[in-house]
Design a protein around this ligand. Structure first.
Ligand SMILES: C=C1C[C@]23C[C@@]1(O)CC[C@H]2[C@@]12CC[C@H](O)[C@@](C)(C(=O)O1)[C@H]2[C@@H]3C(=O)O
Ligand SMILES: O=C(O)CCC(=O)C(=O)O
Ligand SMILES: [Fe+2]
Length: 353
């Protein structure tokens, strides 16, 4: 069996300059059970690409059971964890993220969702069962959120969900464990990146460390809340919405010495490899210009997995902006005037939906 581990000490891991801002100052919260949820979800995805979801319906007992089982797994000796690991890129990993030299102060399990792959893994049975049950519940929330997003964009309810939750779709679950960092502060746990998929649904224990980048480039710490789920817009959703929703840059800083370790579980909703990703035709009415060339998820994933974590993976798929008509033209005929998608509103400070 092959495991993703590298000889790496703390000195090899980059440090992060921690932002001074108040945690959650600009993290929108959406009550998924409230009547205005669709509009609130769409607003949050336009402004930040990230939000905290409350009243999501996942029983706390499922998350608690998984947290306990995963904690027990990560507490095992390294040799035992390696024994449970399967081949790259899925399985157990330590300090190395992906295959292109990214490192962080963490260990993790990365597994495919569906078709019994969690069950088929060589993990302890109790952990497999907890992971299956929790993932099924969170996947359902991901599906509901995609329906709300579609509704908020004025699309058919299933327009986004059917991109990721169909037979053959590429869905993943990741359990990240960030132990407290000895002798150093501000050590990178998971370096800055955007998620390549359509949507990600994250839950963590009580230990913070997650930060998101706002549109103006400011990093904001996200206050941990084990009772909530955190939703990320991924690169593929940015393309499907022709830039209305933008994928959010995020990173994790490992806990300082003496603190509790951070444990997070993330469901990534990705399409089937043959699924075409391009701006949804319903959003390109009225002559709006497509900002991206079409590609398949298989094509994008292959390209994405050759990149470093912090790279802009969408750049090679961006189309050059069409020539705009001079605004003072007396001869406005509109034939080659490019219509751009509406710009996102500025982030709403302290907004709670
Ligand atoms: C450096 C990398 C790790 C990653 C694949 C990549 O080449 C670039 C994207 C990374 C990411 C980020 C979100 C998820 O955690 C992940 C599983 C994914 O799909 O894309 C990871 C990849 C990974 O850890 O293998
Ligand atoms: O562990 C976290 O809180 C976030 C990790 C993350 O961004 C990822 O696994 O893609
Ligand atoms: Fe991520």
């Amino acid at each position: 069996m092959v495991a993703i581990t590298v000889p790496c000490t703390i000195d090899h891991i980059p440090r992060v300059k921690c932002p001074k801002g108040t945690a959650n100052a600009t993290v929108p919260t959406v009550d998924l059970s409230a009547p205005g949820a669709a509009a609130a979800v769409a607003d949050a995805c336009r402004a930040v690409g990230f939000f905290r979801a409350t009243n999501h319906g996942v029983p706390a007992a499922l998350a608690d059971a998984l947290e306990a089982r995963a904690g027990a797994f990560f507490a095992m000796p390294l040799a035992d964890k390696l024994e449970h690991a399967s081949a790259r890129p899925l399985g157990y990993g330590s300090k190395s993220i992906g295959s292109n030299g990214d490192v962080g102060w963490l260990e993790y399990l990365l597994l495919a969702v569906g078709s019994g792959s969690v069950q088929a893994s060589s993990l302890p049975q109790s952990l497999r069962a907890a992971l299956e049950e929790y993932t099924a519940a969170v996947r359902e929330v991901g599906g509901r959120v995609l329906e709300l997003m579609a509704e908020g964009l004025g699309l058919d309810r299933g327009a986004l969900r059917r991109m990721v939750q169909v037979a053959g779709s590429d869905e993943l679950v990741r359990v990240n464990h960030y132990p407290a960092c000895p002798l150093a502060s501000g050590v990178t746990g998971f370096g800055e990146h955007t998620d390549p998929q359509v949507v990600s649904v994250l839950r963590s224990n009580r230990t913070g460390g997650l930060q998101i980048m706002l549109r103006d480039g400011r990093w904001v710490p996200v206050a941990p809340d084990p009772t909530s789920l955190f939703i990320n817009v991924g690169d593929s959703l940015q393309v499907l919405t022709n830039g209305r929703f933008r994928s959010v840059k995020h990173r994790v800083v490992a806990p300082d010495a003496g603190k509790h370790s951070r444990l997070s579980v993330i469901y990534f909703g990705g399409p089937a490899p043959s699924q075409r990703i391009g701006p949804l035709p319903e959003l390109l009415r009225d002559g709006e210009q497509s900002l991206y060339r079409d590609f398949t998820w298989g094509e994008y994933k292959k390209a994405a997995y050759k990149t470093r974590l912090g790279d802009n993976r969408l750049a090679p798929f961006e189309l050059p902006a069409a020539v705009m008509e001079p605004s003072n033209s007396d001869h406005h005929c509109g034939t080659n005037a490019a219509v751009r998608p509406p710009p996102p509103p500025p982030p709403h400070v302290g907004q709670v939906y």
